[in-house]
Design a protein around this ligand. Structure first.
Ligand code: AMP
Ligand code: ZN
Length: 114
């Protein structure tokens, strides 16, 4: 995807602060953190949103959540807890059109969201 911000970050064309990478997943610190730990966990495959998941590509969800567990341990938030959020589409608050999950932790998080 030529014009996708997160594809460019994954390719190293735009800098990011990497916290985790394997063959399926890339994770980096959000540029505008909403919590002491705010990591974006992104499948390397370009999928526009959660609404574009199919039986063929949905394996990336398991890859993302297994990466999240490892990142939580590395970031020291596994015990305290954390939240994983996916914003889907305009009303969901999605601003980057490449499927990604926010991992938020390091403080007590309010519920429900706004
Ligand atoms: P969303 O609104 O769910 O699509 O989330 C997009 C997230 O990407 C926001 O939290 C932004 O702060 C974050 N973001 C945008 N550009 C960058 C960047 N260059 N590096 C890291 N995070 C970014
Ligand atoms: Zn992309």
């Amino acid at each position: 995807m030529m014009d996708c911000l997160f594809c460019k970050i994954i390719a190293g064309e735009i800098p990011s602060t990497k916290v985790y990478e394997n063959d399926k997943v890339y994770a980096f610190r959000d540029i505008n953190p909403e919590a002491p730990v705010h990591v974006l966990i992104v499948p390397k495959e370009h999928i526009a949103s959660a609404n574009e998941l199919t039986a063929e590509n949905a394996g990336v969800i398991a890859d993302v959540f297994l990466a999240a567990k490892e990142i939580a341990a590395r970031e020291g938030i596994a015990e305290g807890g954390y939240r994983i959020v996916n914003n889907c589409g305009a009303d969901g608050g999605q601003t980057v059109g490449h499927l990604h999950f926010h991992m938020l932790g390091g403080r007590s998080l309010a519920w429900p969201p706004g």
